[in-house]
Structure formats: structure tokens, C-alpha cells
Design a protein around this ligand. Structure first.
Ligand SMILES: [Zn+2]
Length: 141
């Protein structure tokens, strides 16, 4: 994986962390800041700017939810977002950041709207998954 920036579910990152394959720095962008099932995650950075506060759980229509969040990103501006991410990366051993939310389904998560926003502006964002993710999902089902 060579993208400069990633997105993932907290659970995927946790699975990677448990087996020692975490090659990114998780960065909280969820409204509920850190997952209870992974207390150690509180040591990771957070970018409140990217959390869908006031929209998540309030705007129920998926299309409107994405549009409202996109509007927030546009008002913040790609330069401010990129600079905030650059600073966090610098403060965290220069490992690629992985923006984390709880949603298992990335398609309906604001992290996908964020990834599209960045990709549209020439910054590559990929969904991160731990090397054993496929196997773990099979074991769960
Ligand atoms: Zn989400």
C-alpha cells in the first residue's frame, strides 16, 4: 500500500493492532471520539474538523447526510485539511494517517465522502484493511 492517506473502520484498525500489523497511525474522525473496545486508541491523534458533529444521527437521509458533510469540508477547505493532516502525521513518526470511524460499511460512512473530497483534489486516499481482514470476517460469520 502506497497511498499517503487512508480511511478505515475502528474495528479493522483494532484487528490489525491486535496482530501487530498496524502500519498506519489511526486518526479519530468519528463523533464518539474513541472506541470503548480499544482503550489504547486514545493515544492516537484526533481531527475534530473531520468529525460529522451535528450531522451524524441528525440528518437521516444518506444523500443529504453526504451533501451536508461535503459542504462542511468545502467550507473548511482542502488546504486547511491537508495542513492539519500534515501536522498530525509529523507529530506521529511520519507514518501515514488512517482516518477512523465506526461504520463497518464504508459506503455509507462520512469517511468515504472525505476520501472522495480529497481524491477529487488530487490527494490519493485508500481504504485500509489489515492483511488478515478477509480471514477474520469469514471467522466472524
Ligand atoms: Zn462512519
Amino acid at each position: 500500500m502506497s497511498a499517503a492517506l487512508y480511511t478505515a473502520s475502528w474495528r479493522a484498525l483494532w484487528e490489525g493492532w491486535k496482530v501487530g500489523t498496524l502500519d498506519v497511525t489511526p486518526c479519530s474522525i468519528s463523533v464518539v471520539t474513541y472506541p470503548k473496545f480499544w482503550p489504547e486508541s486514545q493515544a492516537y491523534p484526533r481531527l475534530e474538523l473531520l468529525a460529522p458533529r451535528g450531522i451524524f444521527g441528525v440528518v437521516k437521509d444518506p444523500a443529504e447526510y453526504a451533501a451536508r458533510y461535503l459542504d462542511r469540508l468545502e467550507r473548511a477547505g482542502v488546504d486547511a485539511i491537508t495542513e492539519a493532516l500534515r501536522q498530525l502525521r509529523e507529530e506521529n513518526q511520519d507514518l501515514a494517517l488512517c482516518c477512523a470511524c465506526y461504520c463497518r460499511d464504508a459506503a455509507s460512512c462520512h469517511r468515504t465522502t472525505f476520501a472522495r473530497f480529497m481524491t477529487d483534489r488530487g490527494i490519493e486516499v485508500a481504504e485500509w484493511s489489515p492483511p488478515a481482514a478477509t480471514q477474520l470476517q469469514m471467522e466472524e460469520s
